[in-house]
Write a protein that binds this ligand. Structure first.
Ligand code: 3VV
Ligand code: NDP
Length: 516
């Protein structure tokens, strides 16, 4: 029996925004691999960093992620149709011809594009996450053959709540009112009022994603809509191969910084659930939701909380343990120090370790660089790291409860074959194995390091250990020279401690000789 999901996408024209992004790429790959009869994938792309839209798509298809698709069908790229589009421009800067073409042929839309930066100025976040969504919906309304519009939101759109159900909550402000009022405001005024506007949300990202859900809901009487809310999206679990990841976002940057021995301390709650979700799980659910929305046409927009915490929980403390253990066995190249990161929820303890384990070594290293005629850089790196982890701590210090009834319902609707081909059952996820593959994935695919260099990386860590021993010895001798040798009382204490140690040693040696 043919898989209902693959049969549904057969012959369909699909429009994808954000196809050059992390999740978009995995979506394109999975559609091409598991729904080989899909007709065309229209991807909205902008030129960037001196590369034309065509060059970017070409480069993307050369990526290792597409190896399996390439093997199955070397001409797979013919199905991808790049459409020039800048989402922040009026009409998404799509040419009238392209707009007409899209309007006449598209059957399913997946809207993945967004700015996911936590420090995005409100105006820009609003422009991309809300206004562009609105414009895409306007385009979708002109598509007579449209069967489903899937909007990718985030599980943290409503992170000001502890318990989050699969419903669209009333927006913090009517999106249209905010758009109208920000339009005439100067950037500096917007910056000043941003904290008041976002209220109890931590950043403009979660705030604008909540507004986008509201905008999507407003169109749900005219279009079949589904909303996917993934939590913290991590490397792939199984598909197209374990551990695929290509960016520093969310936990990936933290894992890399810890693996390089740069990050030694971070504020996170050891016992809080770390709601990571593998990217392939999110994409499988997204494709299944597209199928269900088109075929069943639910009366209201269904929301899918794509999370792991309520089903197969894992905690930040456990993540720390497995990340450290993986990087000790599979070290990254040219580490700054031996990997040894600890998380703590205590502010003061964290500040202490920042001083001792981040700022002090950075200072020493920069001094060394200066003395050897090079440009100091470590303090700058640490300042950037502190900014980045400061933005993430909100999410690693608390926990949320997401209801996922619609996800369970959808799983129940899948045929046994689809349950295998579009697997989003996270009960089967083995966390230690997943975290190990994730860390190795950051090494191989983000840092482009070769696994055959691991012996050299281990050798480098041994060298760092010897440097540390030497440094500690020199420090001890220095302290002895400066303090102990100059004060009679310090000397007495010092001799007392040394003789105590000596007595203990002789005692243990004597007792072990007796027992033998
Ligand atoms: C032992 C470990 C224990 C574990 C402990 C707990 C870990 C907890 C971790 C996390 C949990 C929370 C996660 C919440 C998730 C919510 C879910 C979602 O819905 S959305 C997705 C989330 N979105 C983001 O993750 C965007 C965050 N990033 C930003 O906002 C910006 O990148 C920012 C402010 C952090 C930095 O901005 P700039 O302007 O200083 O830098 P720029 O332009 O982005 O990057 C410059 C260079 O640095 C690299 N970079 C960026 N982030 C990095 C990082 N974290 N570490 C290292 N390098 C990084 C980039 O690749 C780039 O490299 P080149 O210049 O292109 O070569
Ligand atoms: N990553 C995560 O942990 C999570 C992500 N999400 C959601 O998933 C979706 C995808 O996220 P992810 O793949 O990680 O994000 P990425 O940052 O990797 O990708 C964003 C995509 O949007 C495109 N884009 C951004 N600005 C514009 C613009 N002005 N015009 C045209 N295209 C633009 C980017 O194109 P370009 O390559 O040209 O920059 C890119 O393709 C987002 O909606 C996000 O909110 C939800 C939960 C967690």
């Amino acid at each position: 029996m043919a898989s209902p999901i693959a049969s549904y996408y057969s012959g369909k024209n699909v429009l994808i925004t954000g196809a050059t992004g992390f999740m978009g790429k995995v979506l394109v790959e999975k559609l091409l691999r598991s729904c080989p009869n899909v007709r065309s994938l229209y991807v909205l792309v902008r030129p960037k960093a001196g590369q034309s839209m065509q060059e970017r798509v070409k480069d993307m298809m050369k990526c290792k992620l597409f190896d399996r698709v390439r093997e199955d069908d070397p001409d797979f790229y013919q199905k991808i149709v790049p459409i020039s589009s800048e989402l922040t421009q009026p009409g998404l800067a799509i040419s009238p011809q392209d707009a007409q073409k899209l309007a006449s042929c598209i059957n399913v839309v997946f809207h993945c594009a967004a700015t996911i930066r936590f420090d995005e100025p409100l105006k820009h976040a609003l422009q991309l996450n809300v206004i562009a969504t609105q414009q895409l919906l306007t385009l979708a309304l002109q598509m007579p053959n449209l069967e489903a519009f899937i909007h990718v939101s985030t599980a943290y759109a409503n992170c000001n709540r502890r318990q989050i159900d699969e419903v669209i909550y009333p927006p913090p402000v009517e999106p249209k009112k905010l758009i109208d009022s920000l339009e005439w405001m100067d950037d500096s005024i917007v910056r000043d009022i941003t904290p008041r506007l976002i209220g109890d949300r931590p950043n403009t990202y979660t705030y604008t994603k909540a507004l986008a859900e509201c905008v999507v809901q407003q169109a749900s009487s005219k279009i079949n809509i589904g909303i996917i809310r993934p939590s913290i999206v991590g490397a792939s679990w199984q598909e197209p191969f374990p551990g695929w990841i290509d960016n520093f976002n969310g936990p990936s940057g933290v894992f890399i910084a810890a693996g390089k021995g740069i990050l030694r301390t971070m504020r996170a709650n050891n016992d809080a659930v770390a709601d990571l979700i593998p990217v392939d799980v999110v994409i499988n659910l997204t494709l299944a939701a597209g199928w269900y929305t088109a075929v069943q046409k639910p009366k209201t927009a269904l929301v899918y909380n794509c999370t792991t915490g309520g089903i197969n929980p894992f905690h930040w403390g456990e993540i720390e343990h497995h990340v450290m253990s993986t990087f000790k066995r599979n070290p990254l190249e040219q580490a700054f120090r031996r990997p040894n990161a600890n998380i703590t929820s205590n502010y003061l303890i964290n500040q202490y370790w920042i001083l001792v384990s981040h700022k002090f070594p950075a200072l020493i290293y920069d001094l060394f660089l200066r003395l050897s005629g090079q440009k100091p850089q470590m303090m700058r790196i640490f300042n950037r790291l502190h900014k980045a982890i400061g933005l993430l701590e909100y999410f690693s210090s608390q926990e949320w409860e997401w209801n996922s009834e619609n996800v369970t319902m959808l799983m129940g609707q899948l045929s046994p074959e689809d349950r295998k081909n579009f697997n989003f059952d996270v009960r089967q996820l083995n966390w230690p194995e997943y975290i190990e593959n994730y860390c190795i994935g950051t090494k191989k695919y983000v840092l482009n390091e070769d696994m055959s260099d691991i012996p050299a990386a281990r050798q480098h860590l041994r060298k760092l250990r010897n440097i540390r021993y030497t440094f500690n010895t020199v420090l001890l001798v220095f302290i002895w020279r400066v303090f102990i040798a100059r004060s009679q009382m310090a000397r007495n204490i010092w001799y007392f401690v040394v003789s105590l140690c000596f007595k203990f040693l002789s005692y243990f040696r004597a007792s072990s000789t007796l027992t033998n």
